[in-house]
Design a protein around this ligand. Structure first.
Ligand SMILES: Nc1ncnc2c1ncn2[C@@H]1O[C@H](COP(=O)(O)OP(=O)(O)OP(=O)(O)O)[C@@H](O)[C@H]1O
Ligand SMILES: [Mg+2]
Length: 512
């Protein structure tokens, strides 16, 4: 059922007061106007806002009303005079007034109760999802989703047809791709992005998809909590962690239509728990590239607004945006940070966290959630319940074989040939070092060598490793506490089982 059907049914069932939740006011009014014309061509759509007062779509003369209370009084008079008219009254920004003024809430409620026995309806457009409690009984809340591909395609087609002198070199398929690229934008934003692509060179072709995607990235950034990530990392940047990599590559085509036809459900998500610096964030970044899906990062810290209710709204908006972009990967880094403010914020963080967890449980769109955490002690136990995630992986300190792999990755990344170094020796001596620490040692050695105008050698790397005190030595208890997660069987090891000689092999490590 579309939003329009939802509105139609509510009107027919005499819901006299509807709250339409959207930031797209113009689009909401256009939809309502379409609906009222189709219901009754003789009806009117009357809008009211504090700057312009009343305005009639049908061109009817209307009284002046400077305040929301006056507007409600005038509507009451108009409706009482003609109770059979099926007019729609759209009140803009009413959330500003009803939150401040009890008189507005009371009048609105009285009017709604009267309107049930007439043909007219009241619609409030609001960007907020929180409604005054007193109105709950008389209010139907409908959320206007972001425009779908079909709507965006219609806007694009109209823009192409309406622009004189435009050379359109897009095939039907190209137009569809351009409309798809705008998914996640509002109609107004999409129109601006299309217009920008058109005016750039008066030619519309495949290259313009990039422009639309760039606009989308900017718009998503503005949502404050979501960030579009362009992954630079691939599977080759990640050393070791073979069990995890295997799991991921088995699901490489899991979001393709063929997978659904085959009868496979879309994967829900992955939790990566582990020791700091073992590649959790790196893995999350890599998945987008590996699966060829857009990668969105949810910044939990940025969710917390200053106003009451704002944080929850932000998180809902961010999650909805992710659903619109789906199929995509939603990366929630350091999920425990959502709870770090504890009780001091009047429970806001708990509610935000709860909103995320509930959404994860109930989401139907193919949004693959990758959550990372290292302070698992602060997380409520239900967070990492199976069912919410397809799998929970634990990233332990790398094994010797993995350290070889990681050192090789980072030497190669810095344009050094790993064969010129004794990688085996370096891996053997760095027991207890994380990937981040190994990388740091390589960088430190390079700085030293660069300053003395020579190239690095194995000896420099040995020195740098010896100078580093790994976290696993300085914070043994923290690491042990984390590892108990793996021992309790609450997570799968992300590394492939280690062989007897530290070589990848078939023998499973006894973990306790
Ligand atoms: N397995 C690995 N292979 C290659 N590089 C690694 C690996 N693990 C860590 N690194 C290096 O260390 C850096 C930091 O790792 P990352 O940010 O992924 O750690 P993390 O597990 O998310 O740590 P934190 O818990 O502190 O957020 C990475 O950018 C990468 O360069
Ligand atoms: Mg991290």
């Amino acid at each position: 059922m579309t939003v329009e059907d939802d509105i139609r049914i509510s009107l027919r069932s005499r819901a006299a007061l509807i709250a339409l939740v959207t930031i797209e006011e113009q689009r909401a009014v256009a939809i309502l106007d379409r609906i009222r014309l189709e219901r009754d061509p003789g009806s009117d759509l009357v809008t009211w806002d504090v700057a312009e007062g009343f305005a009639s779509k049908a061109g009817n003369g209307l009284p002046a009303a400077a305040t929301p209370v006056m507007a409600l009084d005038k509507i009451r008079e108009l409706v009482q005079k003609n109770p059979d008219r099926r007019d729609l009254y759209v009140l803009k920004d009413f959330h500003e007034f009803w939150s401040k003024d009890p008189m507005v809430r009371r009048k609105l409620r009285n009017l709604a109760q009267l309107l049930v026995y007439t043909g007219a309806s009241l619609i409030v457009t609001t960007p907020r999802e929180t409604m005054p409690r007193e109105l709950a009984d008389d209010l139907v809340v409908i959320e206007l989703d972001l425009p779908d591909e079909e709507t965006l395609r219609a806007e694009l087609d109209a823009l192409i047809d309406g622009t004189a002198g435009l050379v359109c070199e897009l095939t039907g398929h190209g137009r569809a791709k351009l409309a798809q690229a705008a998914l996640g934008l509002t109609v107004a934003q999409a129109k601006r992005a299309f217009a920008k692509a058109i005016v750039r060179d008066s030619v519309l072709d495949d290259r313009d998809i990039e422009i639309v995607i760039a606009e989308k990235k900017a718009a998503i950034r503005e949502s404050q909590a979501l960030e579009f990530f362009t992954p630079a990392e691939g599977p080759d940047d990640l050393g070791g962690l073979d069990a995890l990599k295997n799991w991921l590559s088995l699901r490489e085509r899991a979001f393709a239509p063929e997978a659904a036809e085959y009868g496979l459900p879309a994967p829900k998500g992955l939790a990566l728990i582990g020791i700091p610096g073992t590649g959790k964030s790196l893995t999350a970044k890599m998945i987008g590239g590996l699966w060829q899906l857009p990668l969105l990062r949810l910044d939990v810290g940025a969710l917390f607004g200053s106003l009451v209710g704002e944080s929850e709204e932000r998180v809902r908006r961010a999650l909805r945006l992710a659903e619109t972009v789906a199929p995509c990967v939603l990366w929630i880094d350091e999920i425990e940070k959502a709870l770090s403010s504890g009780d001091v914020d009047g429970g806001t963080s708990q509610r935000v966290f709860g909103t995320i967890l509930t959404w994860m449980q109930e989401k139907t769109e193919p949004v693959f959630v990758v959550a990372t955490a290292n302070a698992v002690a602060t997380l409520p136990p239900e967070t990492l319940r199976r069912g919410r995630f397809d799998e929970i992986f634990f990233l332990d300190l790398p094994t010797e074989a993995e350290r070889r792999d990681i050192i090789t990755v980072h030497l190669r990344k810095r344009k050094r040939d790993p064969r010129e170094f004794n990688v085996a020796q370096l891996a053997r001596m760095s027991d207890g070092y994380t990937g981040a620490e190994l990388e740091q040692a390589i960088v430190d050695a390079m700085y030293g060598a660069f300053a003395s105008d020579v190239d690095i050698t194995t000896a420099d790397l040995v020195g740098a490793i010896q100078r580093t005190v790994p976290l696993s030595h300085s914070q043994r208890e923290v690491i042990e506490q984390l590892r108990s997660w793996l021992r309790d069987g609450r997570a799968q090891p992300a590394s492939a089982p280690e062989g007897p000689a530290g070589e990848p092999g078939q023998v499973r490590l006894e973990l306790s």
